[in-house]
Design a protein around this ligand. Structure first.
Ligand code: KIV
Length: 296
């Protein structure tokens, strides 16, 4: 049996790493749209609209209420990656490598990334870091695992940075970030996320790299943009970073809906008979029908 798909009736193909790696704005491409998702319903809602769904380790904060990404585990990333891959069919899905799963050695990184790829079905992994990660990126790529780099503010290094302030404010810092971006691209990263740097630096990196840059708090000149979905739809509304634009107030809508539900249950106005099963069964339910999953 051939392992090459031959059947034209197969599901529409997802965007591939090859499609994405060619998308430089300087070569005439439209800016790419990346957005994080951690769950099936969110992935399903964004799938027709985005090029890449990133299962970011930001889920530590947005989903699990942790105060940094340092306590996120490989098993968490795999579980959320599976949900997102299952619920999408067009976007390319990329999963973040969590802290401690890839930094120690290329072999460690390969073992962790291979689990992520095999258990989720995602197309690539993202890892934070600059020149120090170049050898690992090359090692993974040579063994069939595409990698996205991530430079600038790398949240897994929050303890080294001493906070989440914008990076590249001094010439030394800016030169290092530029060198890091070039090192990960030279090592074979097919795209590089630039997070929270001064704008001219992100612009210069975008001009210098042959692969697309994806900005978050970086520059409109980047080849694509990424944000955390909870910020975009206003679910995470404890604070709003300067680089976030909110396109909806889902957090407020959620509080309003829950308050209305609670009030109706307490007042005895929900449920009504409309929400109850009042017909007496006409036929005995067959074993087959009883097995079907249903939310009704
Ligand atoms: O974890 C994350 O969400 C990220 C960002 C780049 C969006 O890495």
């Amino acid at each position: 049996m051939s392992t090459v798909p031959q059947n034209s009736k197969m599901k529409p193909a997802r965007l591939t790493i090859r499609d994405l790696s060619a998308r430089k704005v300087s070569a005439g491409a439209a800016p790419m749209v990346w957005l994080t998702a951690y769950s099936a319903p969110t992935a399903r809602a964004m799938d027709p609209h985005v090029d890449v769904i990133l299962v970011g380790d930001s889920l530590g904060m947005t989903v699990y209420g942790m105060d940094s990404t340092l306590t996120v585990t490989l098993d968490m990333m795999i579980a959320h990656g599976q949900a997102v891959v299952r619920a999408s069919e067009n976007a390319c899905v990329i999963v973040d490598m969590p802290f401690g799963s890839y930094q120690a050695s290329p072999v460690d990184a390969y073992k962790s990334a291979a689990r992520v790829m095999a258990e989720t079905g995602c197309a690539a992994v993202k890892m934070e870091g600059g020149a120090e990660m170049a050898e690992t990126i090359r090692f993974l790529l040579e063994r069939g695992i595409p990698v996205v780099g991530h430079v600038g503010l790398t949240p897994q290094s929050v303890n080294r940075f001493g906070g989440y302030r914008a990076q590249g404010r001094t010439t030394v810092e800016a030169k290092k970030i530029m060198a890091d971006a070039k090192a990960v691209a030279d090592a074979g990263a097919f795209a590089v996320v630039i997070e929270k740097t001064l704008e001219p630096l992100a612009r210069a990196i975008t001009a210098a790299l042959p692969v697309p840059t994806i900005g978050i708090g970086a520059s409109p000149a980047c080849d694509g943009q990424v944000l955390v979905v909870d910020d975009v739809i206003g679910v995470f509304d404890l604070f709003k970073p300067k680089f976030v634009k909110r396109y909806a107030e889902v957090g407020a809508a959620m509080r309003k809906a829950v308050a209305a539900y609670a009030a109706e249950v307490r007042a005895g106005t929900f449920p009504t008979l409309e929400h109850c099963f009042t017909d007496s069964p006409k036929k005995p339910v067959s074993k087959k029908a009883a097995k079907k999953p249903s939310r009704k």
